[in-house]
Design a protein around this ligand. Sequence first.
Ligand SMILES: Cc1ncc(COP(=O)(O)O)c(C=O)c1O
Length: 302
Amino acid sequence: MTREDTTVWLNGRLIPWREATVPILSHALSRGSAFFDLFGVHVGPEGPVAFRMDRHLERFEKSAALLEMPLPRTREEIVAAVKEVVAANQLGRGIVKLVAYWGEEAIINLVLDTPLDLAIFPIADSPELALDVATPITACLSRWRKLHPQTVPVEAKACANYLNGYLARKDARDRGFDIGIMLDTDGNLAEGSTEALFIVEGGVLKVPPLGGVLSSITRLSVIEAAPSAGLEVREEVIGEQRLHVADELFCVHTGIKVHPVRRFEDRSFEAPGPVTRKMMALMDDIISFRDERFAHWFQPLF
Ligand SMILES: Cc1ncc(COP(=O)(O)O)c(C=O)c1O
């Protein structure tokens, strides 16, 4: 099935992919009022299952609350819609992306009182998406700083926040790196454009605290799972200098879980290093259903 053959759930109806569009002068496009969430779909022994859909939907609801853009459907209705669109498209390994937005045209009005639109896209894995392909990557220090949380809610997965991520990724690509790592406006480690960052120091995983970064579900999963592999994790403020002397670096996100960094600026690493390798193996066991302790992280979609 090509993407063009896919059906999309839009406001309660399944429609062809090509018809899931908005006007150029829609509030969502011209004012940036859209937010989203996405989670992995895996092929379980009995059918498709979602990786931590409960947490992703919680974050989707939190984005709505932070942006004061109420979701037009309840949690139960959204879960039913996800199941409907996954079944209609026979989605196997892939992702489900939910987008809430004001699709109506708004020429002058900045604040709308009308209900949001809600779209749910099933996206099958592909060479472009390359889910679970953890080929080590290169990273640089971005010349862009992470948006300050007092300017916009950075914990909301707002599409407009991704202009910040776009600039950081563009800067990195222009300099020959795969990703750009952003510091916050105080000069401490924040995150990448679409990934949370961990450093390893003396065998311990360290990650910046929440407040100035997206509340990544993979970040949370690594923090919760690491002790079961005998690894200690600490959430702490990490100054820029520590990035340059860390033993290992890796980033995490829904698509690849644990992604080793093999070079940071002009410094090369063994990648994956021993701690990153341990974490990768654990996450791989979890998403391949080989670790019963985390079976509750999956919700059936059938
Ligand atoms: C800014 C940012 N940080 C971190 C992440 C990782 O979040 P998650 O683990 O929920 O995919 C993402 C994912 O898109 C992101 O956009």
